[in-house]
Ligand binder design. Structure first.
Ligand code: ZN
Length: 416
């Protein structure tokens, strides 16, 4: 641009007789004046061009920004928030109720639903299914939920399914699973794996009444009560991003604290997945979540085992079995007057409670009718270690680096 303009100016100068150079000092003056004029015209033109260019850039950015805003993923997810309930109380400002055929139903909140009739009873009238929505949130048993909540009679009681935008679900979930006050890169890693996990389950359960549980069985979700701006930021900065392996959405298992080594999926569920092979992770050690101790009366352990169908009577000892290649117990034997019963590590945790026996990496001491379990780590240990991810973020790693560490061979893709 500058070169073309200079050529045009030289041509103009040559054609105009008035601009012919006089001899002597005045020639210098004229040259200086011409140079000034040249620079003035050139600069003002360049400024105009730059201004126009800036305007174009701003327009492009604005359009892209608007495009992103328009393209906020509208994928929804269905989460079971109440199961097998005897009553459910629904409340909310501007609460709207709809029958199964879509007809509106006038209700005066709060309303109490009970099993009965074709499915559920409201004010003595039976319905198969009722759907509630409200401009802000629908309160189910006192907890606020976004989107709409669908109430029907499920398996042995009332079932409430919350259907909402996936991205809104993720914002609510962040503080149930980790804390949004953690370093932002670890919160972003959590947003990506929660989205990945949810979309995998959605596809798997596309014909089921709901896609996800709201407990540790899937992902802990407690409505929108604990949403905050950092959780929103982590979700929006990773909008639509999931982890894939061979172009397919992965099963993004994760857990609280691996205790030093993450676990292979095969050791826990007998399912071999190339991206869940187990990695070394010392980042989660040395904090409040890494070690645990639990004292249980032998008679309580016996009661739990009997309730789960095991024939035990008069438990006298708990013996840890062999350990797998990741340091966790493969099995645990329970000695009682009726012989010895051997359970797989994960089965033992499930029966006694995942929150009671926090991992299968423990030792046990039996004395005076009680067993004292001393363990390391929290959770099944497969996939991302949340406390490890937190420390890696503090060490300066980005969320993409954290994810590729815990799920080797996977690719981060924007799919929504
Ligand atoms: Zn770890």
């Amino acid at each position: 641009m500058h070169h073309l303009f200079a050529g045009w100016f030289t041509l103009l100068r040559k054609q105009s007789g008035a601009w012919r150079y006089p001899a002597g000092p005045s020639k210098k003056l004229t040259e200086s004046l011409l140079l000034c004029l040249y620079h003035y015209v050139l600069l003002s033109l360049l400024m105009r061009i730059s201004g126009a260019a800036l305007l174009v850039v701003a327009l492009v950015l604005w359009t892209t920004e608007s495009g992103t805003a328009d393209a906020v993923p509208n994928q929804t997810i269905r989460v079971a928030i109440v199961k097998q309930a005897a009553t459910v109380v629904v409340d909310g400002v501007g609460l709207l109720a709809k029958r199964e055929n879509g007809d509106a139903l006038v209700v005066v909140p709060p309303v109490t639903l009970r099993p009965g009739g074709e499915g559920i009873l409201l004010d003595g009238v039976g319905y198969r299914r009722l759907t509630f929505s409200a401009p802000g949130a629908v309160f189910i048993n006192g907890k606020p939920y976004r989107g709409q909540s669908e109430i029907s009679f499920g398996d042995r009681g009332i079932l409430v399914v919350n259907e909402l935008l996936l991205e809104e679900y993720l914002v609510g979930l962040i503080n149930c699973e980790v804390s949004s006050s953690w370093p932002i890169e670890s919160v972003k890693a959590q947003a990506v794996i929660a989205r990945t996990y949810a979309l995998y389950r959605k596809e798997l359960k596309k014909n089921a009444p709901f896609h996800l549980e709201s407990s540790v069985l899937d992902q802990v979700y407690d409505g929108c009560l604990i949403e905050d701006s950092r959780a929103k930021r982590a979700v929006s900065e990773t909008a639509g991003e999931v982890l894939t392996y061979n172009r397919a959405i992965i099963q993004a298992f994760y857990h609280s604290n691996c205790g030093g080594k993450t676990e292979t999926s095969e050791n826990v569920w007998g399912l071999r997945l190339p991206y869940l092979k187990g990695v070394t992770c010392e980042y989660c050690l040395g904090n409040s979540s890494s070690n645990w101790e639990q004292k249980l009366e032998l008679k309580d352990i016996e009661e739990r085992l009997r309730a789960a169908g095991f024939k035990v009577s008069g438990v006298t000892d708990i013996r840890p079995g062999g350990r797998n290649n990741r340091g966790r117990l493969k099995n645990i034997s329970v000695v009682s007057g009726r012989g010895t019963v051997t359970l797989a590590g994960d089965q033992f945790r499930k029966i006694l409670g995942y929150g009671v026996i926090k991992s299968t990496n423990f030792s046990v001491r039996v004395s005076d009718g009680a067993a004292v379990f001393s363990g390391i780590g929290n959770g099944h240990g497969v996939g991302l270690c949340q406390w490890g991810a937190k420390q890696r973020a503090l060490n300066g790693f980005s969320y993409t680096e954290i994810l590729s560490y815990y799920y080797p061979g996977t690719v981060l893709e924007k799919v929504l």
